[in-house]
Design a protein around this ligand. Sequence first.
Ligand code: ADP
Ligand code: ZN
Length: 736
Amino acid sequence: DLFGALFEGAAAKAVMTRTVPVLVPMPAPKPYSYAVPEGMAVEPGSVVQVPLGPRQVIGVVWDGGDEGGVDPKKLRPISRVFDCPPLAKEMRDFIDWVAAYTLSPPGLVARMALRVPAAFDPEPMVEGLRFAGGAPERLTPARVRVMEMAKDGLSWTRSGLAHAAGVSTSVIDGLITQGIFETVFLPPPPLVAKPDPDYAASRLEGPQREAADEILAEVRKQEFAVSLIDGVTGSGKTEVYFEAIAETLKRGKQVLILLPEIALTASFLERFQDRFGAKPAEWHSDLAPRTREKVWRQAVTGEVRVVAGARSALFLPFEDLGLIIVDEEHDPAYKQEDRVYYNARDMAVVRGRIGDFPVVLVSATPSVESQVNGQSGRYSTIHLPTRFGDAAMPDLHLVDMRRHAPYRGGFLSPLLIRAIGKTVEKGQQSLLFLNRRGYAPLTLCRVCGHRFQCPQCSSWLVEHRFRGQLQCHQCGYAERTPEACPECGTLDHLVACGPGVERIAEEVERHFPDARTIVLSSDIMGGVKRLRLELDAIAKGEADIVIGTQLVAKGHNFPLMTLVGIVDADLGLANGDPRAAERTFQLLSQVTGRAGRTGLKSHGLLQTYQPQHPVMQAIVSGDAGAFYEREISERERAVLPPFGRLASIIVSAETRQDAETHARGMRSAAPLVQGISVLGPAEAPLALVRGRHRFRLLVHGKRNSDMQGFLRAMLAQAPKERGSVHVQLDIDPQSF
Ligand code: ADP
Ligand code: ZN
């Protein structure tokens, strides 16, 4: 109502006194000042609505006094305060810390904690009913059943009572009309039931018991400490950290479990339910908006006790978080490379330190960073070197492709084909792993040599034969696969170069036309839902041969899987990144670890052209220790992370020249600081993405150098971003 609003505004202006800083979810470098209208109660952490330009936005009352200088009368007033718990001090400190560390505007970091604006209003109450006294006019058997259920005076929803009494809702309606029931309002139902720490505890013995005891000792102290559970695939790490979760729940604290591919880990949720009698709440980008709101709100109110989520769950403002588990801590999916570049594994540790609670990192192949922290005593490492029960690790062999060439036109060596054949005969499952979506990574014309490239990116177009498309995996650009070469016009002379999973499936079907094959990649039609169904089907034995990308590498338990074939074990090694060996080792360990989880004898065959490569040797010998020692000493020698510090500065622009000029300008703005040097600019590894040209500067510093201080000084001196120029900082980049 216009007049109401006018007068309210006027009244507020007349008596305004106090001002507070409010952080709004925008790329603003600091909070803005707002006036607090008389009678409005706000404190640091209050979630408020404030005017910003012509809009109303959500913000959080921030810490620190106002800087003053502005006449409070000139400031705009806070429009309203939301009726939800304030963002805890812990969370505000965490946001400030992440912003300072990643050199991001705090507003952008806060935005991750305020992602669900609709969640701030309290959930509406649900209409229900309650026995009001008296007796029905006529007692039918159905009415007797309803009265039986309701006579204790507890509240029900209409349909809940009908269901419980086994009657139709019309029976209930009849009783309402007679005044037997009164209407009441019930709090909204919880999203998930409360997990019960004693529901079905596993018996732990031997090394598992010892591991659990070590973790429990940390959890009971309820203070900041980081434990690293380093145990082979199938060693029972999950059972061990379930103990830590149970203990935390008993102490009345909330738990966050971070998982790299939460959308795909339906089996994890079920396993959690088997142990705790209820599922954890899920948090990931595939949630329906309504569910997101609910999870957010119920994490804030404390209704939800355990959240299993993707990296962004780290920014949920829990009411009283007491433990974070980071499963598969080495996984690159923990790195967000969008707006605020952060590694959720590292930031989980920070959150634990600020909140003073324990953090547990879990992996079969811990990152070099975490291993070094273990060696230095910063983290306490807990080893589980063998598989649980009678399951043995698969027997792994290298297939030297220089000697065992594939059949003409194929990519699978006769050795691997034979092994698949035997596995199919035994009624067991094979997994063929190739970390490449689509049919072929490169298409070219046999007549003129034309290569199909993305018009907006420096990458080849990948053929997806099933969809009849050529796609760019950088930007999503797609076109129909043409019949003629666009350059020379020759018909039917396009050739596919190299394999993707679709092509391997074609080859497999040629050899085993009667076997049931499934191709699993993120291209699957029907999205996450369909993927979950397929994974379920595989676990139930409804497929003989699975051909998949890294989607199948993660966490799944396929009881009948006894053969893993790695189509191209060298694939990840080629890119020249110092982390390539580590990553390849981790991925191959994880994939081969899918085999033999239930005591059946199992094998792995790794096709490689470099059988002497340390990664291949480490995989087949099972000697991860020696491999890591080498990796660690190489990093130390080259002063690379974690023995040195790195930051990458990506400068992009619509023209190559603008990007390069700006990058050079930044370089010359770098201060002279002992122990820190700037490399580049050079074309970024992906020189063109979505039509933007990219140049990269790498900043390298000794271990204790003040990287953030250096970068701040550099940015302060650098030319302003103008036109299409954009500068993105990436502290601790994934590749370097
Ligand atoms: P990881 O997480 O190390 O890969 P899991 O925790 O998944 O290993 O354990 C591997 C298998 O062994 C699972 O099927 C799990 O149910 C089973 N398992 C592990 N520990 C126990 C235990 N203490 N009692 C019963 N089964 C267990
Ligand atoms: Zn592209």
